[in-house]
Design a binder for this molecule. Structure first.
Ligand code: PAF
Length: 282
C-alpha cells in the first residue's frame, strides 16, 4: 500500500501497534537494487509490519550534486517492495516533509566533518540526521535497517539515536555487491560500460588493503599505499581514501583497533563510495 501523507502513515502504524504488531522500517531514496531489497528482506523476517520510505531528500544534496538526475522509478520500486512483502511504502511530497517554515536541523559534531562530510559539506549529514529523525518520529519503528555501504551515515544515525534517546534499534546489513565486486548503488545506472569497468577498481583497491591487513600488516600508511596502487593502475583519483577509527572516525596510524577503510571517487560523472571494515582481530 502506497501512502503519501504523514497522517495516513501514523494511522496505519497506530492500528498495527494496537494489534500488538512490531514495526520494521527501511528509509530509502528509491531506485531499489539488491542492497535495498536485502534490508527489506531482513525487516520482513524480523517484524510483523514493514514500512519503507521512498523520499529523495533534497536537502542532503549540495547545489552542484545530482538531485535532478538521481534515479527515480516509483512504479518499479512499489512492485519490488510489494514482492518483498512490504506493507507500507511511504512516498511523501517534499512539502509533506518540509512544510513552510520548517526550521530545525540536527547536527552531530565530530562524525560529520570528515570523509563524506568534508567532500560534500557538513550540511549533508545534518540533512540526513534531520530527515531520518523526522521519519523515525512519523513511523515510530521498533527497528530501523541501514546498509553498511553508507558506513558514516550509520555512525551518525546511531549517535543521534543514542544522544536523543530515540526508542528505536538500529540494525546494519552488509554491503551487497555485484559479482565483480562493485558495491550496489542506485547511481550505478549512470555508469557507461567503460566507467562500469573502471569502477570495479574501488573494491579491488579495498581488497588489496584488506589482504595486507589480513597478512598481519598494521601500518596504516602501508595499507593505504596498497589500495592507492590499485586505484592508480585504474586511473582513479579518489576524492578520499582513508583509514579511520571504525567508531569515532578519528584518523588512525595503525589498524590495531577496528578501522574503517573508506573510499570515494568520481568515475566518469558518477560519484561512488565504498568501504571495508578492517577488524583488529583479522
Ligand atoms: O541512505 C539513504 O538512502 C538516505 O541517506 C536516507 C537514509 C534515506 C536519508 O535520506
Amino acid at each position: 500500500m502506497v501512502l503519501r501523507t504523514i497522517s495516513e502513515v501514523r494511522e496505519a502504524v497506530r492500528q498495527a501497534r494496537a494489534a500488538g504488531q512490531s514495526i520494521g522500517f527501511v528509509p530509502t531514496m528509491g531506485a531499489f537494487h539488491d542492497g535495498h531489497l536485502s534490508l527489506m528482506r531482513r525487516a520482513r523476517e524480523e517484524n510483523d509490519i514493514v514500512v519503507v520510505s521512498l523520499f529523495v531528500n533534497p536537502t542532503q544534496f549540495a547545489p552542484y550534486e545530482d538531485l535532478s538526475t538521481y534515479p527515480r522509478d516509483e512504479e518499479n520500486d512499489a512492485r519490488a517492495a510489494a514482492a518483498k512483502g512490504v506493507e507500507i511504502l511511504f512516498v511523501p511530497e517534499s512539502s509533506e516533509i518540509y512544510p513552510d517554515g520548517f526550521a530545525t536541523s540536527i547536527h552531530v559534531a565530530g562524525l560529520t566533518e570528515v570523509l563524506d562530510g568534508a567532500s560534500r559539506g557538513a550540511h549533508h549529514f545534518d540533512s540526513v540526521a534531520t530527515v531520518v529523525t523526522k521519519l523515525f518520529g512519523i513511523v515510530r519503528p521498533d527497528v530501523a535497517y541501514f546498509g553498511q555501504k553508507d558506513a558514516q551515515q550509520v555512525l551518525v544515525v546511531r549517535r543521534v539515536v543514542r544522544d536523543l534517546d530515540l526508542d528505536v534499534r538500529i540494525e546494519v546489513c552488509p554491503i551487497v555487491r555485484e559479482t565483480d565486486g562493485l558495491a550496489m548503488s542506485s547511481r550505478n545506472v549512470h555508469l557507461d560500460p567503460e566507467a562500469r569497468r573502471q569502477a570495479t577498481a574501488l573494491n579491488r583497491a579495498l581488497d588489496a588493503a584488506q589482504a595486507m591487513h589480513g597478512g598481519g600488516e598494521r601500518d596504516s600508511a602501508r595499507i593505504l599505499r596498497a589500495a592507492q596502487r590499485v586505484l592508480d593502475d585504474a586511473g582513479i583519483h579518489p576524492e578520499y581514501l582513508e583509514l579511520r577509527d571504525a567508531e569515532t572516525l578519528d584518523p588512525v596510524t595503525s589498524t590495531r583497533r577496528d578501522a574503517l577503510l573508506a573510499v570515494a571517487a568520481h568515475i566518469g560523472t558518477t560519484r561512488l563510495i565504498d568501504n571495508h571494515l578492517l577488524k583488529a582481530s583479522s
